[in-house]
Design a protein around this ligand. Structure first.
Ligand code: GLY
Length: 347
């Protein structure tokens, strides 16, 4: 088993092992002694893995309840969040009980936000079942729901007590969901360079899954250790995300997060090369890596539409936006730009 420590407002480990799903109850019981576990999951994930995770917690002596949301980005809403809080209340879940996020980024973000706010905080564990959640969203304590104005507009930093990643769960992902995880992996490759980007460029993500997940989690852990609350270095993890979120919003969330981030990375790589921040080779390497996994690199939304949608980005303050710009493979910088000049980056 690979164990990667994360040091933040509470310290925890990310455990990675095939077959771990059947031991999540025992692993949790090593950390805390809850009477009840509430599994939060989408319908597909719950039908695939709900029974095994329930059995694991029951075998560890817990009473298990489940809250199955409607699935998809629509579940990251104030409505579902309210329903989840009322479910916890109606079932007398106490501060010493535990929430279990079983699924991808939507489930993790929703569950984490409910865990942070219900009774002013109950413990939760993350069990990522998508590649995107395994390499990125389950680690680091960002929790949120969407508002009408944009993505992740209501949320907080709240760390899980553990992340249990069983790479066997990735076998049931659709090609589209797998591809979305690859977009975040390309992001880590561009940030870190070296062996990880080499492996990605060769198209070897799926045959090196455990190694790739562990590499991304180690990079993220280092960044979160340095800057848990996203005031500096952690912003680098937003490479491709500002325009990605704008694309998601413009599409009414029909374009999935990973695809949108891929397009966002391609837009910023093209603009960075055009403005002299990086070489044409760097731009081409990023776009080639994205294409290797069938990820999109173009959008039909025009610069005006993306500009309007970007204005709601929560990283804007004082008329400035932080854009993450590649300088070379293995090095990106945080560029604070005037919002009025954002248009230039989108053309
Ligand atoms: N997903 C980016 C971050 O956790 O900061």
């Amino acid at each position: 088993m690979t164990s990667i420590p994360v040091s933040a407002s509470n310290d925890y480990n990310v455990l990675i092992e095939r077959g771990l799903l059947d031991r999540v109850g025992d692993e949790t019981a090593k950390l805390v002694k809850p009477a009840k576990a509430v599994i939060v999951s989408g319908p597909n994930t719950f039908s695939l893995y709900g029974e095994r995770v329930t059995a694991s917690f029951e075998n560890a002596g817990l009473e298990v309840l489940s809250f199955v949301h409607q699935g998809g980005e629509g579940a990251k809403s104030l409505d579902t969040y309210g329903k989840l809080l009322n479910f916890l209340c109606d079932n007398h879940i106490s501060r010493s009980d535990i929430l279990v996020a079983l699924g991808g980024g939507v489930t993790g973000d929703l569950t984490g936000f409910a865990a942070a706010t219900y009774l002013r905080g109950v413990s939760f564990v993350q069990i990522p079942t998508t590649l995107l959640a395994a390499v990125d969203s389950s680690v680091g304590g960002k929790t949120a729901v969407n508002l009408n104005s944009g993505k992740n507009q209501a949320g907080c930093f709240y760390q899980p007590i553990a992340v249990f990643c069983d790479p066997n769960t990735l076998k049931t992902l659709s090609a589209a969901d797998y591809r979305c995880g690859c977009a975040e992996i390309v992001k880590y490759g561009v940030l870190d360079g070296g062996k990880l980007f080499e492996l990605i460029s060769l198209g070897h993500i799926s045959e090196s899954e455990e190694e790739v997940i562990a590499s991304c989690v180690r990079i993220k852990s280092k960044i979160v250790n340095e800057d848990e609350f996203d005031r500096g270095t952690r912003m680098l993890l937003n490479l491709g995300h500002s325009f990605g979120h704008a694309i998601e919003k413009c599409s009414g969330y029909a374009v999935h997060h990973g695809d949108a981030v891929a397009i966002g990375m391609a837009i910023i790589a093209r603009a960075a090369a055009e403005m002299g921040y990086c070489s044409a080779d760097c731009r081409d390497a990023i776009i080639k890596a994205l294409k290797k996994y069938g990820l999109p690199t173009e959008t039909n939304f025009n610069a005006d539409e993306l500009f309007e949608a970007s204005k709601a980005d929560k990283k804007i303050s004082g008329g400035k936006m932080h854009l993450i710009v590649p300088e070379r493979i293995g090095s990106c910088r945080i560029e604070s730009i005037d919002i009025d000049t954002l248009h230039n980056w989108l053309c």
